[in-house]
Structure formats: C-alpha cells, structure tokens
Design a protein around this ligand. Structure first.
Ligand code: CMP
Length: 138
C-alpha cells in the first residue's frame, strides 16, 4: 500500500471539475483517505513548491496556486503514486496521453487541473504539509 497527495488545483475547482476528478479516482480503485478544501496563501504555496523555487515559473505558479480554493486529498492503494500520475497525464497537457485528466481538461502547462506527488519521499512531505495523522481515515 502506498499513499500520494492529490490536488485539484484552483483552475479545476473554478471550472467545476471536482466531481469529474473524484469520479475518476473512485472508478480507479484508489481509496480517498483524506480530503479537504483549502485556500492557500502565497507563502503556503511557496512552501509547498519550494523544490521549484529557482524555476522561472515559480512566481507565476505560486500566484496561481494561491488564486482560489483547491481540493487536497490523500489517495491510498497499490502503486498509488504511479497510478495517480498515470491518471493525470504529463505535466504539459499537449504531451498527455488520451483519456488522462490533463489531456481532457488542462488548458495550460501551469493551469493543469491536478497535482500528484512524484516519489515516496515527496508524498510524505506533501501529505504532511496539509494533513495530520488524525485527518486520515487509514
Ligand atoms: P505540478 O505537477 O503541480 O508540479 C509543478 C507545477 O509547476 C506543474 O504541475 C505546473 O503547474 C507548473 N509547471 C511546470 N512546468 C512549467 C512550465 N514550464 N511553465 C509553467 N508552469 C510549469
């Protein structure tokens, strides 16, 4: 069993895609072990994406991620990290495989609807950034 952090980003929430994304998660067999709606401040977004602090898109990305509500979730299951990344599709929606969330809904390399952890160490940091142990059902 593995856990990963999933986010429905502010563009996904604003466009009414919460239900669609959650439907896909439920159909995938991944279990939602925590979920909440948040509205990140710029500083919280900067902390979350600290690994990207030297990237040219860091300022724009953290503006975007603090621009409105987002849904954060912990997904659990076998190979949860890889499975969720496969469901999301490539970061650049133009390269995302058919049927993936980003291929179907993303409009921009930055406004790409969803986020997922990329490795077990990242997942541990990202889950701990938003949830404590009591907020996860299992
Ligand atoms: P995410 O999977 O959340 O990880 C980092 C985020 O930075 C990524 O999705 C995009 O939202 C954004 N991002 C990655 N590459 C670029 C880029 N070249 N230009 C703008 N934003 C990017």
């Amino acid at each position: 069993m593995q856990k990963t952090l999933a986010i429905i980003k502010p563009d996904g929430v604003a466009r009414g895609l919460i239900g669609e994304v959650i439907k896909r998660i439920e159909e995938s067999g991944l279990e939602i072990s925590a979920m909440k709606m948040i509205s990140m401040t710029k500083v919280q977004a900067q902390g979350f994406y600290a690994v990207h602090r030297d990237k040219p898109f860091f300022d724009s990305l953290t503006d975007f991620m603090s621009s409105g509500p987002a849904v954060v979730m912990v997904l659990k299951g076998e190979n949860a990290i890889g499975k969720w990344r496969e469901m999301m599709g490539a970061t650049n929606y133009k390269e995302a495989a058919d049927g993936t969330i980003r291929c179907d809904f993303a409009t921009d390399i930055e406004k790409n609807v969803v986020h997922g952890s990329d490795a077990p160490e990242t997942a541990a940091f990202e889950i701990g950034y938003f949830f404590n142990a009591f907020e996860q059902v299992a």
